[in-house]
Design a protein around this ligand. Sequence first.
Ligand code: BES
Ligand code: ZN
Length: 555
Amino acid sequence: MAFVAVTDVHSFANFHESRVRHLELDLAVSFAERKLRGAATLALEPAGRRLVLDTRGLKIHRVNGREDNFRLGPEDPILGSPLEIALEPGVRSVRIEYETSPEASGLQWLEPAQTAGNRHPFLYSQSQAIHARSWIPLQDSPAVRITFSARIHAPVPLRALVAAHRVRDGHFHMPFPVPPYLLALAVGDVEFRALGPRTGVWAEPAVLERAAWEFADVERMVEAAEALYGPYRWGRYDLLVLPPSFPFGGMENPCLTFATPTVIAGDRSLVSLVAHELAHSWSGNLVTNATWNDFWLNEGFTTYIERRIQEALYGRARSEMEMAVELGELEEELKHLRPEDQRLVLDLKGRDPDEGMTQVAYVKGALLLRHLEEKLGRARWDAWLRGYFGKFAFQSITTDDFAAELRRAFPDADVSAWLHEPGLPADAPRPRYEFEKTPRDGWVTQEWLHWLRSQPARMSREEMAAIDRAWKLTATGNSEIAAQWLLMAVRNGYEPAYGRLERFLIEVGRRKYVKPLYAELVKTPEGRERARRIYEKARPGYHPITRAAVDALLK
Ligand code: BES
Ligand code: ZN
């Protein structure tokens, strides 16, 4: 464990004085009121004279049956409100009766029309980075790990899922200590299909078949990761396919990865997303960033492991191709990021930790590990990494802990420029992949992305139309290609794609696609008008995280 006490600038919690160790959650789901209502019972060790928790928008009714032993502090726009509870001597647990707000930043309540089946409402949570506090009062810092059990009362015929072991319908248990950002809940009309002995997929009935086909390799992915980094410790590995408003590509909720339906391309070309979320079972869920300034420890390690899993299953060329595309995305983003945001170790004090979600953490982080692999040799490096996951399993660590552990084994490895300087070091590794120059049928997503991104920034309507005629890009069912093509359509005023643009922005709420499209639209007065018109229709269907991103562009 970290020798120096960790401080987390994104939490009010007093976890050095009183620390939550176990949570018992009992919640009823009301779609009519868009509220969760019930109780959270927290077991403490140690238990001091007071307990400070994180909350955002929660209505607290009683603590240990009383109304006079707690106080909600003033609301901070980023952090929410501290909940201060007075503890009588000897009291080691608190039972908090509460309800959530319909605007909870960590929950999205969907109307039936926003689902594939069109018949039932849907609810899901997204807790990372600091949104767990909007649906559970707790010490919402990744430095604090808890075990938990959960009882969820969902209206029939809907099914509740919690990212944990399922004991029986509506009852869940997580025997391993996890950070609060991994707490996750979903309620909807979903069914299950097994993919392997310990793997499977949950989805709405209308999506289940296609999802099961797309994710057929997931059991082999688990085996490949185990061969590299040691046993998969979480029991089951299942996926849950969410409705298209899910703001991220995937979220590594333990035992149950949440995934966007936009990853279902019909040709398995985007399954590296599954490799990524699975990799978090080691980097992130087992060994966790202690603060959001150390976010690269989660995402950089995971992006590196994602590459290794893809290499094990599909070969080096495939993995290099994917990395080449990612490196292009990093280089593009570096052109626009302030130098202090180009460092692996961040200083996010006073900022929303979601601002740390850049390609720096992901791709620069992964390049650092590849650099170490190349320098030390794969055998020695793999052995070190396996030892790292064993040593820090179920712990939250800082970048300093990582650097000290690296130094112990390899005193000559100097990573301080990587960690603390902007940009990419001159000796950063480069993926070796030669892309084909001219499109052909049979290209996978990454080849299209690479080719489209290498087209001139300005093209005539005729040039755009010729590409469209040849490759039917406006009509593509592949969301990754669609997003890139629509970006080019906006940039070049290619009107035949505007209908698809509007439908895409209304249906899909994935921030990675939606934000760049609005950002491109607002560059011209007509585009800004179009953006406003579309957003008026699309906003009610967007998740709070995507709304915040687009609001900032259109304000
Ligand atoms: N843990 C992240 C998602 C995340 C990060 C949510 C920070 C909130 C704050 C997840 O593992 C992730 O990285 N998802 C990526 C996909 C991945 C294939 C790069 C995404 O959603 O784009
Ligand atoms: Zn990730």
